[in-house]
Design a protein around this ligand. Structure first.
Ligand SMILES: [Zn+2]
Ligand SMILES: [Zn+2]
Length: 256
């Protein structure tokens, strides 16, 4: 699997974009940044968008992507997948013909540019050689992390936004998780704010790592709030025994 980082910050700043991870050119995990970084052909190649939750920084690329797809080519369309609360929220509060058009009826209901699919935490979504499993995480709104497995055996685990959590680490058991993308939003001095808002700081991540049944070869850290980036980076570097890598927009990595 090839994973391209379209965005991995916990907000916006010049050169730092909200989270979106593109897998093998067709599957997006979160959609905080899409058309700002993908050209027309790459936008049309997208077919599946898995949302971790309905916070704006994780979905704000979708409205503009849809606008572009409709204008570009009638064969380009996407399926947006997530848990039922997330799909319900974006249907009600974003694509409601007030904030943005209901693209499940554009250009027409028979052949819309966007469809929704509600997914369960008990049954994987199978797309060709890929198997995607959702697991609830601990955030201020209903939120899911995703385990993406390829038939080759390699798998990626993405937590999305979460505070201290349990189920997603248990989900690692029996799967060959080669890479983990985990969030750290705040520095250690803001630990109580991190806990109150369903996020991690470096000391909380250290405790989460101890819960993992095995440590993935690569742990990538995302969702840093831009003003705290240097402080968080320094604190992450002091966590013993693991090599953590900060994700950066424009980076691509492979797992196999
Ligand atoms: Zn969030
Ligand atoms: Zn977020």
């Amino acid at each position: 699997m090839e994973i391209s980082i379209l965005g991995s910050a916990g907000s916006e700043a010049p050169g730092l974009n909200p989270p979106a991870f593109l897998i093998d050119n067709f599957l997006l995990l979160d959609a905080g940044t899409v058309a700002l970084t993908l050209d027309k052909i790459a936008q049309c190649r997208l077919t599946h968008v898995f949302l971790t939750h309905a916070h704006l920084d994780h979905l704000k690329g979708i409205p503009f992507l849809l606008d572009n797809l409709v204008a570009m080519n009638p064969t380009c369309h996407i399926l947006v997948l997530s848990g039922k609360e997330v799909i319900s929220d974006i249907r009600k509060h974003i694509f409601n013909n007030r904030i943005w058009p209901d693209f499940t009826a554009i250009p027409d209901v028979q052949n819309p540019v966007m469809r929704y699919q509600v997914i369960s935490t008990r049954k994987p979504v199978v797309i060709g050689d890929y198997r995607i499993m959702a697991t609830r995480v601990n955030h201020t709104v209903p939120a899911y992390g995703y385990l993406v497995e390829h038939a080759s055996g390699a798998s990626l685990l993405y937590t999305g936004d979460t505070g201290p959590t349990e189920a997603i680490w248990k989900r690692m058991r029996g799967h060959n998780v080669k890479a983990l993308i985990v969030e750290v939003s705040f520095p250690n001095e803001l630990i109580s704010h991190a806990l109150a808002t369903g996020h991690l700081c470096p000391s909380l991540l250290e405790a989460e790592i101890r819960k993992m049944p095995s440590i993935p070869a690569k742990i990538y850290v995302s969702h840093l709030k831009p003003p705290y980036r240097p402080q968080i980076a320094a604190e992450l570097a002091r966590i013993p025994g693991v090599c953590l890598e900060l994700l950066k927009e424009g980076k691509t990595f492979r797992i196999q």
